[in-house]
Design a protein around this ligand. Structure first.
Ligand code: NAG
Ligand code: NAG
Length: 248
């Protein structure tokens, strides 16, 4: 009996030591406050041309035929290596600073303090939608010349799976080979065509990730918004159930 008590005590001690060793102390979050409209930094209206000049070039297809579907082109899933992932918080940059990304489809870097209202747009610059990604969003981007059947199929999956989504066209960041993309915290998936059995698992696995993944507050940026996101049937404002009535 005594031995058991001793062993239990010993195990508890070891457990605490392991826990202490595993817990990481991160530096304080000193970023520009997010979600606060500040004309001296970012009010989702001033100096927007810093990120996008508003040109229709970025969301228009100038070809009369959509891109071809090629079932031989495999879907790509790429993970970015997030530096110091336990503590990493993407910086918030005011509108007087230019923000560029090494990758056409960034997945975790710094962005503007105000994020996009969830929903579908003509175009959203990455400096905005990346903030949504930090809040656990799924961002769907498609080339304006992508096949509309595929675009509709992907849109239906995304909107049926998660309220916290941003959907937009982008003619520069996507290729003819893979004109469709989903972006979540640290990961991107680019596709030639939509395979439901790839898309749903991707959303289930990677949505609601990121340092503020369960922050559900609405965004402030709504430039070129087409429609606001709705709560998927069977879920809640907080996306408590992903893809409730969407089936492979
Ligand atoms: C819009 O498209 C033009 C032409 O491809 C490109 O130079 C520019 O960087 C794009 N703007 C954004 C914000 O993507
Ligand atoms: C807007 O741009 C002007 C000119 O570059 C700059 O002086 C001003 O500080 C910027 N304002 C904000 C809120 O970024």
């Amino acid at each position: 009996m005594k031995l058991y008590v001793f062993m239990l005590f010993y195990l508890l001690q070891v457990g605490t030591i392991i826990q202490l060793a595993l817990s990481v102390t991160c530096p304080e979050d000193n970023r520009v406050k997010m979600g606060v409209e500040d004309a001296n930094c970012d009010d989702a209206n001033t100096n927007l041309t810093m990120d996008w000049d508003g040109s229709a070039v970025n969301y228009t297809c100038y070809s009369t035929v959509p891109f071809e579907i090629n079932l031989d082109i495999k879907t790509l899933i790429e993970h970015d290596t997030i530096p110091n992932p336990e503590c990493y918080m993407p910086p918030h940059y005011c509108m007087n600073i230019k923000v560029d990304y090494p990758n056409m489809l960034p997945t975790y870097q710094g962005h503007r303090p105000l994020w996009a209202v969830f929903g579908e747009y003509y175009f959203v610059p990455p400096q905005r939608w990346l903030h949504n990604v930090e809040h656990g969003s799924i961002v769907m981007l498609y080339h304006p010349c992508a096949n509309p059947i595929m675009v509709n199929k992907l849109r239906k999956l995304v909107t049926g799976c998660i309220r916290k989504h941003v959907i937009a066209r982008d003619s520069m960041r996507l290729t003819e080979e893979r004109p469709l993309a989903l972006i979540a915290w640290g990961v991107r998936m680019t596709m030639n065509f939509v395979d439901t059995s790839e898309v749903i698992p991707f959303i289930m696995k990677y949505a609601l990730r990121g340092p503020e993944a369960h922050y559900s507050k609405e965004g402030q940026y709504s430039h070129e918004l087409i429609r606001k996101a709705a709560i998927p049937f069977g879920s809640t404002y907080d996306d408590s159930k992903l893809c409730p009535f969407v089936y492979i």
